[in-house]
Each structure stands twice: as structure tokens, then as C-alpha cells.
Design a protein around this ligand. Sequence first.
Ligand SMILES: NC(=O)c1ccc[n+]([C@@H]2O[C@H](COP(=O)([O-])OP(=O)(O)OC[C@H]3O[C@@H](n4cnc5c(N)ncnc54)[C@H](OP(=O)(O)O)[C@@H]3O)[C@@H](O)[C@H]2O)c1
Length: 270
Amino acid sequence: VIPPPSPRRACLVTGASSGLGAAFARALAARGHGLSLTARRADRLQTLAGELRERWGTPVSVHPCDLGSEADRRALIDAVAGEGRAIEVLVNNAGFALSGPFAGQDSQLLEVMRVNGEAPAHLCETYVPGMVARGRGAILNVSSIAAFAPLPSFAAYAAAKTLVLNLTLALHAELRHRGVTVTALAPGAMRTEFAEVSGTASLAAGIPGRLWSPPERVAEAGLRGLDRGQPLVVVGVAYRALAMLAHHTPRRPLLATLARASARGWPSEH
Ligand SMILES: NC(=O)c1ccc[n+]([C@@H]2O[C@H](COP(=O)([O-])OP(=O)(O)OC[C@H]3O[C@@H](n4cnc5c(N)ncnc54)[C@H](OP(=O)(O)O)[C@@H]3O)[C@@H](O)[C@H]2O)c1
């Protein structure tokens, strides 16, 4: 279960300046939780914090941080510790994708691995011991439907999201009898800033309307799954079917299909 709100505890939400992260922050504030919000864009975080304080009267702190930088993450962890509130809910949501051919992605490729993979692992490593010692805690790690298959044209992103998925499932099994619940959330398409940031707006335009979920709904589904102690939440019947299919299809035919789809769906290569 999600530990109940308390003035001595807070939820740390990463990537709260936009999209799904902002939806998590709003949903947790509505439940009465104190919050620590992080992302790079301080102005966005401050605006959201102001909104949440005014609407819910809940304590909200803001800690701008580039989660791709280990030094920045250490400063974030110190700043959060300095507030004297125990982090009992951790939402590792920040992330971005890189699309296109693997060759030529240079330093951005490592950034994808750091932000999507290394940062959630680092924050889990930081906050799990305290949660275990108190016998209380909840961690929601945002993976993706992309985690269920190797994805040509999204190789690093899909691999980083697979890391998050399997790290989360293993932690779930390890910690479930110690009072700490850990859940992976694998969203499908959501209308956030994601497509623009990853340069996939034209790809997104081809996704049928019924496959899009509002981030607010996805955040609620994730928190419900976390509260119920589920290891994995995949939002929507179509995405659950897709995840099953990707998981059970032999790799060779799966890769051949995905390679064809990638060749068709990546317009700027042609
Ligand atoms: N939208 C989708 O279709 C979709 C589908 C499946 C999974 N997801 C996953 O859902 C999560 C939320 O994405 P979203 O859809 O809400 O996208 P979004 O609107 O682009 O939000 C991404 C958030 O991550 C933060 N972020 C990115 N790089 C960062 C960095 N280096 N340091 C700190 N924060 C960083 C951004 O904040 P700043 O720019 O202010 O730093 C922003 O708050 C991501 O993990 C994404 O991979 C999204």
C-alpha cells in the first residue's frame, strides 16, 4: 500500500514539470501527500508547486535537477534530506526518448540511458534502505510499452525501459514482504511533450485515437496498482495484448516485423 500522508513524510516525483509527472504530483497532492518535485525546468515546477499549495494546502518543495548528471542527483538527494522529511513514496517518472538510427546519436544516446535507466536505479538505491528500515514505502517506476520488445529506431530507449521494468519486478519480489511495495507502470501513447522532445510527432500522428490515454488516467491507474501492491500496470486492453504478444513471440519473427515497421515509420530516413 501507499503509506498514508504525514507532515514528516514526502513523495519525491521526478519529471514533474510536464505530462505524466505533473499528473502524478496533482494526484498525490489531492490525496493529501507532501511533495518534493524535480525536473530541470524550475519555473514549471514552481508554478505547479504554487497551484498545489493553494489548492490542497499541502507542503510542496521544488528541487531543479538534471537527472542525467550524477553530481546533480547527489545534490538533489542532499537537498531533499535537508528538508527532514522521509521519502516514503518515490515516483521515478522522468524520461525521454531518442528516435532514429543508432549510429550518429553520439552523447545523447548515453543521456537516454542515464535519465531513463541510471537515475531511477540511483534513486531506488538511495531510498530503499530507509523504507526497509521503517518497514514502509512505495516506489512507482515508469517504464513503457516499449520495454516489452527490442525496438529498432528506439534501441537505447526501449533497452533503458526494459532495464527499469526488470529492475522493478525484481525489487517487487525482493521487498514485498518487508513492507515496501514496488510497481512498474508501462504506459502506451499519451499526449504530453514526449513526442515533441523525442522528435516523433509524425510517428505519433499515425497512432489511432483509441490508443491514446490521458496522462491523468495513466497516473491514477499507476497509483491504484501501487496501492494494491501490483508488480506491473499496463494501461488499456490493447496495450496489455500487445505486451503479451511481444513477450511470447519468438525473437526472430518479432525482430523482422519490428524492423519492417521501423523502416516504414521513420519518415526522415527516406
Ligand atoms: N508520452 C508517451 O507516449 C509515453 C509512453 C510511454 C512511456 N512514457 C514515459 O512516461 C514518462 C513521462 O513522460 P511524459 O510523456 O510525461 O513526457 P514529457 O511531457 O516530455 O515529460 C518528461 C519529464 O521528464 C523530465 N526530464 C526529461 N529529461 C530530464 C532530465 N535530464 N533531468 C530531469 N528531468 C528530465 C522533463 O522535465 P524537464 O524537461 O523540465 O527536465 C519532464 O518533466 C517518461 O518516463 C516516458 O518515457 C511516455
